[in-house]
Write a protein that binds this ligand. Structure first.
Ligand code: GSH
Length: 220
């Protein structure tokens, strides 16, 4: 059975790789798993067939035989557990890599998502100018802490792991804000992630959808 994931038929980011299917594609590429992609429109995401796979009507989803999953954290963890390449063999190192996956999603991503909301979706609100600096400060606090931990290491805990895959994916969302530029070691860390051949393949594959090189479904 070939793994099938879902992705936006038309990603709002126009192919910059920020939609969360890129994380799943990256994990599949790192572990050498072939996969197919089913593109879904915003409308189809809210209809029963997709809601049966994803109760919140979002992408990405993951299907492999009779298993279907949603939530990128769960999907990437599942891929990393089933296939070599994303989690260390040593039990303690493995537990730490998983910890970094959670840290990326639960501790670092929330202020970044808040920042994106403040910069993009709330920018016309009368209180936007007051709120934005607060959200930026909260984001910087996390970046300060992460930057201190990373120091001059290549990856968060020894070799590249699913924890790095998730952290780099989360940090990539900051690029447009310019905040990452204040942290040379984090910028270099993100660039190292982007330079991985598996990331490049994942990025190119999602870009092909945006540029029309991957055929879109006829009825959606
Ligand atoms: N926590 C979820 C978030 C999923 C999510 O927000 N997906 C976005 C695309 S990156 C989406 O489908 N947005 C459209 C919508 O929510 O209607 C995960 O990590 O998978």
């Amino acid at each position: 059975m070939t793994i099938t994931i879902t992705a936006f038929e038309r990603s709002p980011d126009g192919g910059r790789g920020l939609a969360r299917d890129t994380r799943v594609r990256w994990a599949l590429e790192e572990t050498g798993q072939p996969y197919e992609v089913r593109l879904v429109s915003f409308q189809a995401m809210k209809e029963p067939a997709h809601l049966a796979l994803h109760p919140f009507g979002q992408i990405p989803t993951y299907e492999d035989g009779d298993l279907s999953l949603f939530e990128t954290g769960a999907i990437v963890f599942h891929i990393a557990e089933r296939h070599a390449g994303l989690l260390p063999d040593d039990a303690n190192a493995r537990a730490r890599a998983i910890t970094w996956m959670f840290a990326a999603l639960n501790t670092v991503e929330p202020p970044i998502l808040d920042l994106v909301t403040a910069r993009v979706f709330e920018r016309d609100k009368p209180w936007a100018a007051q709120r934005l600096p607060l959200v930026e400060d909260r984001t910087r606090e996390r970046l300060d802490q992460l930057s201190r931990h990373l120091n001059d290491a290549d990856w968060l805990d020894g070799a590249f792991s699913a924890g790095d895959l998730m952290m780099v994916s989360v940090l990539l969302r900051l690029r447009a804000s310019g905040l990452l530029d204040g942290y040379p070691n984090l910028s270099a860390y993100v660039a190292r992630g982007e330079a991985r051949p598996a990331y490049k393949r994942a990025f190119e594959a999602q870009l092909a959808v945006a540029t029309g090189q991957q055929p879109r479904p006829a009825a959606s």
